[in-house]
Design a protein around this ligand. Structure first.
Ligand SMILES: NC(=O)c1ccc[n+]([C@@H]2O[C@H](COP(=O)([O-])OP(=O)(O)OC[C@H]3O[C@@H](n4cnc5c(N)ncnc54)[C@H](OP(=O)(O)O)[C@@H]3O)[C@@H](O)[C@H]2O)c1
Length: 266
């Protein structure tokens, strides 16, 4: 599969790395354009992919064109590429860039809008994606194999789910990082060495997430299994409930969702 990346920054590199590791594409099948010469050099050296400074040059002959630039750069890039992508599939990962703005900006009907998250950098990402009607089955399969290389993926038929995913799985790693940071600080506060506290917290978060996935039980049931009457866990849970953790998380995701919608409407 011939894939071109416009933008070879953090996410562009994460995608290239995963595509090569999972053998979805060979280095010779990947071309990247980036304004930064330093980035081009890094990508060429590390992955052996073709690098160019010119976006128009990069997309020539590609079956899939991935737009992996910051949303504020998109307008300029779409103006550059308008009319140059007759049959290609264009896959945008730019936060907030709607299908309508992409199809108008590029005058193009074969589009994928995807929202990955930062864990894609280690192949453990969660991506939610949608396609326009102009995308044929072969192109849909190509998009799926690209996004599956980043971790888990879910195709949705309504774009509204992309804004919802932005608020939950897109921003989600930051919420979880804050929880991890706070728990590690708490461990240090009660006397654990920081490196030991970090190890304990990370494995607890990983193990708990895997338990939900593997054991197939409702999280409340799993929580009840580890909460003995009059014990330490119930004492801790009382504080989380008193501090309003549930409603705080609800408000967090609702606020991020409203922001995602507002950014998309601009
Ligand atoms: N990072 C995440 O976890 C994440 C998650 C979900 C979605 N996304 C989306 O992914 C997109 C890329 O994010 P990122 O974190 O990879 O950003 P990034 O690291 O800034 O990468 C973008 C790259 O594109 C280059 N660039 C800027 N203008 C360009 C142009 N006109 N033509 C070609 N290349 C250009 C940048 O060069 P300079 O640095 O020199 O400007 C940079 O190397 C964003 O739209 C973001 O919303 C990111």
């Amino acid at each position: 599969m011939k894939i071109s990346f416009v933008g070879g920054g953090t996410m562009g590199e994460a995608m290239i790395k995963s595509l090569l590791a999972k053998e979805v594409a060979k280095p010779g099948d990947i071309a990247v354009s980036d304004v930064s010469e330093a980035r081009r050099d890094v990508l060429k050296k590390k992955y052996g992919v073709k690098v160019v400074a010119d976006n128009k040059e990069a997309v020539k002959g590609a079956e899939v064109v991935v737009l992996a630039v910051k949303p504020q750069e998109l307008g300029k890039i779409m103006a550059e590429l308008k009319g140059l992508l007759p049959q290609q599939l264009v896959l945008s990962i730019a936060a907030g860039a709607t299908v309508e703005s992409l199809s108008q900006g590029l005058n193009h009907a074969r589009l994928v809008r995807a929202m990955p998250n930062m864990a894609a950098q280690i192949g453990e990402g969660m991506t939610v994606w949608t396609t326009t009607d102009g995308v044929n089955q072969e192109q849909k399969d190509m998009a799926q194999s690209i996004l599956a290389a980043l971790g888990k993926e879910i195709h949705v038929s309504g774009e509204k789910y992309i804004d919802m995913a932005t608020a939950l799985s897109g921003s989600g790693p930051a919420y979880v990082f804050l929880v991890i940071e706070s728990l590690v600080d708490a461990g240090v506060h009660i006397g654990l060495p920081r490196d030991m506290a970090e190890k304990l917290v990370v494995q607890t978060v990983l193990g708990s997430a895997r338990a939900v996935e593997v054991m197939g039980k409702h999280p409340a049931e799993l929580k009840n299994m580890v909460t003995s009457p009059g014990g330490t866990t119930t004492e801790g849970l009382l504080q989380l409930e008193a501090g309003g953790l549930r409603s705080l998380l609800l408000q967090t995701v609702i606020a991020a969702y409203n922001k995602a919608k507002a950014l998309g409407a601009k």
